[in-house]
Design a protein around this ligand. Structure first.
Ligand code: NAG
Length: 246
């Protein structure tokens, strides 16, 4: 019983001694883990005990932080100093230390500014690069100029068959004007030929009965205010081809 009392007394003495020494003790601080480019970060270096007055100093990777661009330090009260990085950028990464000293001694605490933040910078960079290249591709392909999908005639066409081909625009500003040609001659609606728009971006050529005159090189031309595109395909009627080569 006497021993226990002595121990408790000793403990009191020890705890009083450390709290009484007046040496500063800082509360740990941390940086936000999801920091991103351009964000504002603020951490506080707070003294949990010790005798004022205190002197606060901040270091980044061991270098005293003094007026580095976008970084500011201010005392918010006798026991607290606030570090603000107004715009986090690629140079913000590092090991930040707050050092507090008074007449009795000093204490310091450090925190790393998001090590996985470099990944997000890289991700941002990738994202920006992707968007930029898409924009460049779009601009270099001529904004608004029409681009046609190629079309083909069936290679099993026989006399009397019906053939249909579509001229579809992959991209381009409307309104689009469609025209069809056979061996350079403009095609118009006629007995065996019908031409019609399927919608704002497509036109259809129908040959209702393929005959000996149908063989040829067919062209679809699409134009708008920005330019034009054309695609061609050859039609060969089976029997007719053999006849003409004999
Ligand atoms: C950060 O800096 C402090 C003080 O210089 C040092 O004690 C600590 O080891 C450093 N931490 C890392 C992870 O480098």
């Amino acid at each position: 019983m006497f021993l226990l009392t002595k121990m408790v007394a000793a403990c009191f003495v020890v705890s009083f001694a450390s709290a009484d020494s007046g040496e500063p003790k800082i509360k740990p601080f941390q940086f936000t883990s999801y920091l991103n480019l351009g964000m504002r970060e603020s951490v506080h270096c707070a003294v949990v005990y010790g005798d004022p007055p205190f002197e606060f100093s901040w270091f980044k990777d061991g270098q005293l932080l003094t007026g580095i661009l976008d970084t500011s330090v201010r005392k918010t009260d006798d026991f607290t100093s606030n570090l603000v990085i107004s715009k986090v950028d690629a140079n913000s990464n590092g090991n930040y230390t707050c050092k507090v000293s008074n007449s009795k001694g000093f204490d310091e605490m450090s925190a790393i500014l998001a090590p996985n933040w470099k990944i997000s910078v890289r991700m941002n960079f990738l994202w920006i690069a992707t968007v930029l290249s898409l924009v460049i591709i779009f601009v270099s392909s001529g904004p608004g100029e029409p681009k046609i999908k190629s079309f083909h005639f069936s290679n099993e066409l026989e006399l009397g068959m019906r053939e249909t081909v579509h001229c579809n625009v992959l991209y381009g500003d409307t309104p689009l004007e469609f025209s069809w040609f056979k061996d350079g001659q403009r095609l118009t609606d006629g007995q065996d030929i019908s031409i019609g728009k399927t919608d704002d971006y497509g036109s259809r050529l129908v040959i209702s009965k393929v005959n000996s005159d149908s063989n040829g090189n067919y062209t679809c031309k699409v134009s708008n205010s920005k330019g034009f595109d054309e695609k061609s395909a050859v039609l060969l009627v089976k029997g007719v081809c053999e006849q003409s080569s004999m």
